[in-house]
Write a protein that binds this ligand. Structure first.
Ligand code: NAD
Length: 449
């Protein structure tokens, strides 16, 4: 099939190259000239394992191209995805990008007589595809449903393993305005061996918010349990999770092997969730619920626990270093999780901000977030960036491990002892073996201790 995608960010690019790999002809559109230039050169404008390699492959095979020319890209395709951003501003979903894209797609559709399916891939609240996108498409194309089709196909990829998720999806949710739309659109995923769930438009939209809110809830629940453990003598939350995870309903036994579902990584304590999805989607869902007169008490608490979780790291640090003024604190990890350079809503940011208020001297290392990528928000802060983790840790009064990059997971107590001024290690992700660290003389503190 010939497919166009409006918006070539994380979702648009990963979707585009995956669909090209499935054998479709894909053209990605972005109004950011710099991004299209980088992509044309065979590189992605963000770090995601495997993306550059597949991008080069599909560019070479001729199955994938990128452009700024939205109208011609749409006219040359049968299906158009809308994959632009839907940020949350002042706790409310900002639909300005979706509205603009819908208008431009509508104007392009006015120029063709062929049947065309428009698919909303962006995460949007229930009612947006039908009540916002549809009217704009109709208005600017001068057409009605039947002359064009409309679907909502939420994206479930996870940064850090986005390509694998896109190539081998666990499910494909197809919200359809009518059967014809869903029937034509489902051909896009004809070769994909995954269950297809056909729904109406608002159900597809709510499936995405429910998925993200469930994951956020598990994380905040785990962090609430960590707080209870922190206030109870003799409990380490890690031992609590060991005991909980062994419930066969959470980790079933098949034959003699225990299966460890990916969901278990969300039932674990740390310094909170971040990234471009969970924080904004939970906030948008709460404000949507409010509009409906529903007091979303649980998700509101989930957000509140997450907002205050980074502060727990400072509490742990102060147990070892009560006065932080002029102390050199090394932050290991800026990205909100490993294998991505995305620092949006990363817990590292509030941790750094709070440390600066206490007068600490901050040195930061992240294997992927280089100084050049650091947003202005961080560049304006009085912090030093180190090229290597060794440089960051050297001479530090304390180290806070914020992201569980494998480079940090593999660090030994000897490494910290050798290079630090005093071996204070704050394990915000609980990646180290507490016992051996303590036995080696590390002053070890962490979430849930
Ligand atoms: P992004 O900000 O990385 O990318 C959006 C892209 O759209 C940008 O490159 C921007 O330049 C482009 N754009 C905006 N308006 C345009 C227009 N009128 N014409 C052409 N290009 C335009 O966003 P993202 O992370 O890819 O997310 C996109 C959507 O997918 C959001 O709704 C998000 O919630 C959802 N989502 C994201 C993820 C994720 O992990 N990033 C996962 C699932 C769903």
């Amino acid at each position: 099939m010939k497919i166009s995608i409006v918006g070539t960010g994380y979702v648009g690019l990963v979707t585009g190259i995956s669909l090209a790999k499935f054998g479709h002809r894909v053209i990605c559109i972005d109004n950011d000239k710099d991004k299209t230039k980088i992509i044309q050169s065979g590189k992605s404008h963000f770090f995601e394992p495997g993306v550059d390699k597949l991008l080069k492959e599909v560019l070479k095979s001729g199955h994938f191209s990128v452009t700024q020319d939205l109208t011609n890209a749409i006219l040359g395709s049968e299906v158009t995805f809308i994959a632009v951003g839907t940020p949350t501003v002042n706790n409310k979903i900002d639909l300005s990008f979706i509205k603009k894209a819908s208008k431009l797609v509508g104007l392009a559709l006015a120029k063709t007589k062929k049947y065309h399916v428009v698919v909303v891939k962006s995460t949007v609240l229930p009612g947006v595809t039908e009540g916002v996108v549809q009217p704009l498409l109709k208005k600017y194309s001068g057409k009605k449903i039947g002359e064009f089709g409309l679907c909502m196909n939420p994206e479930f990829l996870r940064e850090g393993c986005a390509l694998e998720n896109a190539l081998y999806p666990d499910r494909i949710v197809i919200g359809q305005i009518d059967e014809k739309s869903g029937e034509v659109f489902s051909k896009v995923y004809a070769k994909v061996d995954a269950p297809k769930v056909f729904t109406n438009l608002p159900t597809a939209e709510l499936i995405k918010y429910t998925t993200n809110s469930l994951l956020a809830t598990l994380i905040s629940f785990s962090n609430e349990i960590a707080r209870i453990a922190e206030h109870t003598k003799g409990i380490d939350v890690i031992d609590v999770w060991k005991g909980v995870h062994l419930d066969k309903r959470l980790s079933p036994i098949k034959g003699k092997t225990r299966i460890k579902p990916g969901l278990l990584s969300y039932i674990f304590s740390g310094c909170g969730y971040g990234g471009s999805c969970l924080p904004k989607d939970t906030k948008a869902l709460v404000s949507y619920a409010k509009q409906l007169g529903v007091d979303a008490k649980l998700i509101t608490s989930v957000i509140d626990i997450n907002r205050t979780q980074p502060h727990r790291i400072l509490i742990q640090l102060k147990k070892a270093l009560p006065r932080l003024h002029n102390k050199k604190i090394a932050i290991l990890g800026l990205s909100f999780k490993p294998n991505t350079d995305d620092i949006r809503e990363s817990p590292a940011i509030p941790i750094i901000e709070e440390l600066l208020l206490e007068g600490a001297k901050i040195v930061v290392h992240d294997p992927m977030v280089y100084k050049i990528n650091i947003p202005k928000q961080l560049n304006d802060l009085d912090i030093k960036f180190s090229k290597t983790s060794k440089e960051a840790v050297s001479g530090a009064d304390a180290v806070i491990v914020v992201t569980s990059w494998s480079e940090y997971v593999n660090m030994t107590h000897d490494f910290f002892k050798k290079y630090m001024k005093q071996p204070v290690v704050i394990d915000a992700r609980r990646i180290y073996d507490k016992k051996s660290f303590m036995q080696a003389g590390i002053i070890y503190k962490g979430i849930g201790l």
